[in-house]
Ligand binder design. Structure first.
Ligand code: MLT
Length: 311
């Protein structure tokens, strides 16, 4: 029997894939202390997580029988990949299942930002009837800069075009041909930053993308620009963003992700131009079902020595 340890909440449909497998024993515990995790992992053949469990080198080292680590989602930044690789442990993710949900959440954040919906809601339910403070802007004919035109960026661009936005896309792998096919204009990073009314980031967080949007980038932006980050905290330098909003350069920011999560009482939250959600991009029934099923199937394939896709 293979022991599969699940340490973050996963959709039932994904867990069922494993519990119904005759050769698998599932250990589901989403409230393990660090010591308990080190104890449980020592018996496990596979570990399945979302983003809460920090799969450090110490955890990987303790997994004496560990053959695979599955991430129900896209980002694997909570897993020490070099430590896993050095032990021959396969790390798989589920890159497709939450694309639509994250693109839709990003679009919702962009509209909310443009029309001050969270601010207007808060004021109205506090008993006020303030129709002057929340005048917004249209998306129509505005330029949207998409930094990173992978799966989510591409889905977002389709929605933006339906709203009659001009889309400037920066992605090092984007060809003119693909840009033309999708209906976006291929841009350099500097062009996307300097010419956009709305800027949204859709890159992984790496050494190269850490603080990609910093003071230097804010200096290049149009006054009144609005920013959205539903990708990873740390791509936008939060201190530089705070300053750019206080200086009146940036009209607003919609953040679903933060450099530290949870962010607690973040200085950005004292600014009325900032709206926020608690990393909800992939939090839909559909996305959670998709990623849990995909990654559970991958884990079964790896344990059974069958071909798998997303390492
Ligand atoms: C992901 O990387 O898939 C998303 O950020 C969603 C999540 O962490 O659950």
């Amino acid at each position: 029997m293979y022991r599969v340890l699940i340490t973050d909440p996963l959709s039932d449909q994904g867990i069922e894939k494993l519990t119904q497998a005759p050769d698998v024993e599932v250990i589901l515990n989403t409230s393990l202390s660090k010591e308990e995790l080190l104890e449980e992992i020592s018996q496990a053949d596979a570990l399945l997580v979302r983003s809460q469990t920090k799969v450090t080198a110490e955890v990987i080292q303790a997994g004496k029988n560990l053959k695979a680590i599955g991430r129900a989602g896209v980002g694997v930044d909570n897993i020490d990949i070099p430590a896993a690789t050095s032990r021959g442990i396969i790390v798989v993710n589920a890159p497709d299942g939450n694309t639509i949900s994250t693109a839709e959440h990003t679009f919702a954040m962009m509209i909310s930002l443009a029309r001050n919906i969270p601010q207007g809601y808060r004021s109205t339910v506090q008993g006020k009837w303030d129709r002057k403070s929340y005048v917004g802007v249209e998306l129509n004919k505005k330029t949207l800069g998409i930094i990173g035109l992978g799966r989510i960026g591409t889905e977002l661009s389709k929605r933006a075009r339906v709203f009659n936005m001009n889309v400037l896309a920066y992605d090092p792998y984007l060809t003119e041909e693909r840009a033309h096919k999708i209906g976006v204009t291929k841009a350099t990073l500097d062009e996307a930053i300097a010419q956009s009314d709305f800027i949204t980031v859709h890159t992984p967080l790496t050494k190269e993308t850490h603080h990609l949007i910093s003071t230097e980038a804010f200096n290049q932006m149009k006054p009144g620009v609005r920013l959205i980050n539903c990708a990873r905290g740390g791509i936008i330098d939060e201190a530089a963003l705070l300053q750019a909003i206080q200086d009146g350069k940036v009209a607003g920011a919609a953040l679903d992700v933060f450099e530290t999560e949870p962010p607690g009482e973040h200085p950005l939250f004292s600014l009325p131009q900032v709206i926020a959600t608690p990393h909800l991009g992939a939090s839909t029934r559909e996305a959670q079902e998709n990623v849990a099923i995909d990654v559970s199937e991958e884990i079964l394939h790896i344990l059974r020595d069958q071909p798998f896709k997303n390492a």
